[in-house]
Design a protein around this ligand. Structure first.
Ligand code: 4H6
Length: 249
């Protein structure tokens, strides 16, 4: 997969994809990320890419012209079709479901806004999809783009090793992850749940499923609305609730 990013801070984008799982995917050539500076497509000697907003008001707006030229160069850099995405607070909230779909595309082009954003006419004519990474405001689209690249990059075939693939099952199944424990057995008075030390693999799997269900119910009940729980899952959730009221938590 190839991802082109239009950003006033191309070095930041390159840095973001140089570590961990995604860095490894880039090294293995499962993922290619190219960053483009709109200033390189400006029309004047000052390399101007922004201007004052029509109608007045504070701040500046990124001009359509240089961004269109950048996108044209990006399209020409590879014959495969490109899906163009603008990262903004006005976008549709990103979900793991959409991440899975985007991860299958041959090419993405990500437009990172700065200042007050981008001239609406560029968005109307050049952008396929507007995405938000959450209901909060960032000073630029770069971190949002980095989130999207990370999420789709780690899903490229061969990016994750066996252990990492297993670990992702948790959110993939629509539930929150269960708690995890490692050495030492006693830590600052906190104990490891006895079942995890029992060696009873079926009991451990049941406990983890119960914790996943219980935590989703407590923290993200909205996620349960989208699921059809099996009879076993409903029982496990009942057990979680019963234990909670017993423990007075
Ligand atoms: C487009 C339009 C994405 C991009 C405006 C980007 C949050 C998200 C930006 C802006 C982003 C998200 C510029 C508006 C700075 C605020 C860049 N913020 N902003 N939730 N900021 O995905 O001022």
């Amino acid at each position: 997969m190839r991802i082109d990013v239009i950003s006033l801070f191309p070095e930041f984008i390159q840095q973001c994809v140089s570590f961990g799982v995604v860095g490894r995917a880039v090294q293995r050539q499962l993922l290619h990320v190219e960053a483009w500076n709109p200033r390189d497509f400006a029309f004047d000697n000052y390399r101007t890419i922004d201007h004052r907003p029509y109608g007045g008001g504070p701040g500046m707006v990124m001009m359509a012209g240089p961004l269109r030229l950048a996108l044209e160069a990006i399209r020409g850099a590879d014959a495969r079709p490109v899906r163009t995405i603008y990262l903004s607070p006005q976008g549709r909230p990103l979900t793991q479901q959409r991440v899975r779909e985007l991860a299958l595309m041959p090419r993405l082009a990500l437009l990172c806004g700065r200042y007050e954003g981008v001239d609406e006419r560029l968005l109307q004519t050049e952008i396929d999809e507007e995405i938000s990474v959450g209901d909060y405001v960032l000073s630029g689209g770069e971190l949002a783009a980095a989130i999207l690249i990370d999420a789709v990059g780690r899903l490229q075939d061969g990016a994750l090793n066996a252990a990492e693939s297993a670990a992702q099952d948790s959110f993939e199944n629509g539930l929150l992850d269960c708690p995890h424990y490692t050495r030492p057995e006693q830590y600052e008075g906190g104990e490891v749940p006895a079942v995890l030390l029992s060696g009873d693999h079926k009991a451990i799997a049941r406990w983890r499923r119960m914790q996943s269900l219980g935590r989703t119910w407590l923290r993200r009940p909205d996620l349960l609305d989208d699921l059809e729980l099996s009879a076993t899952d409903q029982q496990l959730l009942e057990m979680f609730r019963a234990q909670m009221s017993k423990d007075g938590k």
